[in-house]
Write a protein that binds this ligand. Structure first.
Ligand code: FEO
Length: 402
């Protein structure tokens, strides 16, 4: 049975949810699932904007068929060639053999790489930056957004209804629980953390490219944003766009401390807990702690984009950084985090090297300061070291913007 949502007079959401998926992109836990959004514009010419993941083929095709209601599909616009959106291109072409695929040259190359079919060139409408397509009442303009999140990405702007089909940008993890519009849910409380985790882990590395897209978007009037995951935005757009400005410029959202620790037998955790307590006594609010062996790194990476100050505390393991902390730090570096203040706690029972190795990794982050007063534990915090943790807490607080 079809499950569609009317977005505007002649625009429909024809996507679907997947709540059985455990790891998005085989990496990121999605405990509340994910939506794959596709939109169908019923103008004089009919236009499908992107498809969906292969896990939701049946629902998607029922939706498309229902909205078309016997009409032919004239155009399929492909904004992004990652398979969570493009997997159903072959199904659409099979079911609507006269459909024309509207895409850029890089997308065409990827279509031919991913799928074992060759459409004649006449069946493609290859667009360049700023090209338009008139479909009757609507005119679609194509704007390139490379690396948001792959090189071929473009976004589509409906100049008639002032709708931006933003590809991966402005998406979120989490299935759509009936309400399609962000203003119909308590987005800040229920979804903002997942929107941040989605942004930081999927496109966090590409801040300058996201900035370039935001700059292009600032030059056009946008009344609605239709992303490929999560909610449609029709109110308070600037609230979400402001978050994107912060995230893409690597600007902390709050002056506070995130503590991520790796502890095998509790010694490092104990020091991290005491440090957190001392920071609280000094007036720091909203301190957040993670055991990196328990929490998936995508959550820690996401919070690292939120906090101004980060403490990494790790024991030494196999003459290196404890494995889960090492993975996390590589992830943080890979996601290009910048503009942070970092403090370190190291531990080692007989050969302590984790501090030196963590320093080497976090030194790769741009505009990032490593706060002195590193604390070195030998197996566990000894009584004489309480003062060292106090000094580290003071150094962190002194370093914060007042
Ligand atoms: Fe949702 Fe980059 O794909």
């Amino acid at each position: 049975m079809y499950n569609i949502k009317k977005i505007k007079e002649d625009l429909y959401w024809v996507g679907a949810n997947d709540r059985r998926i455990s790891l998005f992109e085989s990496v990121y836990p999605v405990p509340t699932g994910v939506s794959y959004n596709s939109y169908l514009l019923m103008d004089e010419k009919t236009v499908l904007l992107d498809t969906v993941d292969k896990s939701v083929t049946h629902q998607f095709m029922e939706n498309v068929e229902h909205v078309l209601n016997g009409k032919c599909l004239d155009y399929l616009v492909i904004n992004h060639m990652e398979p969570d959106h493009c997997a159903e291109i072959p199904t659409i072409v099979r079911n609507y053999p006269n459909v024309k695929i509207v895409c850029n040259a890089k997308i065409k190359t990827l279509i031919e790489q991913f799928f074992d079919f060759n459409l004649p060139d006449e069946q493609y409408v290859i667009v360049k930056e700023g090209d338009t397509l008139n479909t009757g009442k609507h005119t679609l303009t194509f704007v390139f957004a490379p690396m948001v999140h792959w090189p071929e990405v473009m976004v589509t702007y409906d100049t008639t209804d002032k709708i931006l089909f933003s590809a991966d940008a402005f998406g979120t993890f989490g299935a759509i629980d009936g309400n399609i519009f962000a203003d119909e849910v308590d987005f800040d409380h229920r979804y903002m953390d997942e929107a941040r985790r989605y942004y930081t882990n999927i496109v966090g590395k590409y801040g300058p490219q996201v900035q370039a897209l935001l700059k292009k978007a600032s030059g056009i009037e946008i009344e609605m944003i239709c992303p490929l995951h999560g909610f449609v935005w029709r109110k308070d757009l600037n609230k979400f766009i402001d978050k994107y400005v912060k995230w893409s410029t690597y600007t902390p959202e709050i002056q506070s401390v995130l503590i991520a620790y790796a502890s095998v037998y509790g010694g490092t955790q104990n020091a991290a807990e005491i440090l957190a307590g001392k920071l609280a006594e000094l007036g720091v609010k909203d301190i957040e702690m993670f055991d990196v062996s328990v929490t998936h790194p995508s959550y820690v990476v996401s919070e690292a984009f939120k906090y101004s100050h980060i403490v990494f505390a790790s024991t030494t393991y196999n003459n290196g950084i404890f494995v889960n902390m090492e993975n996390l730090l590589h992830d943080v570096v890979a996601h290009n985090l910048q503009n942070r203040k970092i403090a370190l706690i190291e531990n080692g029972s007989w050969a302590c090297v984790s501090g030196k190795l963590m320093t080497e990794l976090v030194s790769q982050l741009k505009n990032t300061e490593i706060i002195e007063n590193k604390v070195t534990l030998k197996s566990a915090l000894n009584k004489n070291q309480a003062k060292e943790l106090e000094n580290l807490a003071k150094a962190i607080v002194d370093n914060m913007e007042k």
